[in-house]
Design a protein around this ligand. Sequence first.
Ligand SMILES: [Mn+2]
Length: 439
Amino acid sequence: MRKPTFDMSIFAERRKKVGQEITGGALVVSAHPEHIRNHDVHHPYRQDSNLFYLTGWEEPESILILRPGMNPESVMFVRRRDPERETWDGFRYGPEGCEREFKIDKAYPIDEFTKVAPQLLKEVDRVYYRLYKNKELDEQMAGILQTVKQMSGRTGYGLLSIHDADTLLGEQRLIKSEYELTQMREACEISAQGHLAAMRFTRPGVTERQVQGVLAHHFYMKGSAREGYHPIVASGNAATTLHYNFNDQVCKDGDLLLIDAGAEYNYYTGDITRTFPVSGKFTDEQARVYEAVLKVQKAILDYVKPGIVFKDLHDMGTSLLTDAMLDLGLLSGRKDDLIQALAQKKYYPHGIGHWLGMDVHDAGLYYKKNEPRPLEANMCFTVEPGLYIPADDSSAPAKYRGIGIRIEDNIRVTSSGCENMTSSVPKEIADLEKVVGKA
Ligand SMILES: [Mn+2]
């Protein structure tokens, strides 16, 4: 018999907290759709972050209905036990196991969802649900809402209104609890140590795939359940392609290697990028571009504190990186005119960072009612400025062509500034040169 590995009080606490936000309503959250099987080969399944966040439940084909203040309050629909399927696909808790081990008030087989759900929703005044995540369920929900309307007879009421569940849960997930911060720090530390191992391993002649393997090996050895996302291991000019993930080249002497990789730990993920020379020694040109990006990253980290708005960090990144582009001779003209014309996007086409948590691009609003939102303590996000100068960019000084650099750390807003949760992986040139290739 399997046992859940998580403390169920964590999830009960979260359900209680979200319940306080939606009194009178109900929240419906479904499992992540199962991955399509390719010639009967299974791909690893990861639960939808919102469903896991509220239940700790990891099986596909499951739905939670939460009705704060009503009885039963937490209801789940899950796969029936099935000895034959279980010998192929593994253990299932079934409705009974769900109630007993996951402390859910009432659980039904998933095939009873459309029959039971109208009974549960007829007492509520609105429904929180995310449309367009699962088309089949959207159709079932439409039918359920219609049934609920019919059950109320000729009262004249229309369908229950639907509010967006992801916005609701995103706001709660954005501010991390102490428990979550413990998981985040561990995910960040495993990620950092993996990057260190990859740095030590790198030397001319290793392949990007081997470096990817070193990262993954380290993540799994340290208790990571999976990689947070497909890693980017990009040497030379490939680093100027933002989402390069072929990872199939040989790392050459004289090239830089950009690694963007993070480990997932207990459903929380790190997201670190480092760039360093394959040979262990920066050329003067590489060092100049690198120092420019590093200076920007540090300035932004220094600026972070509660009360400033996330958009300011974006604007600051744009402004400082445009200064760097002017300095390096990548652009010429007046800074304000260049930014007005978005000229800086040629070498810095992305934003300064994103919320980080259970998802690498985590839930939560960046703007509230069209106003950029102020930072609060225990928000976590990435700070990741970069400069990317393609090899075939004939307008850039020749000496900088083919250089792509990004430096990304994971931070938490504290009461007066920020905590860098990924500081154990070096980023100073002198420190990198001491580590790279020193297996
Ligand atoms: Mn990132």
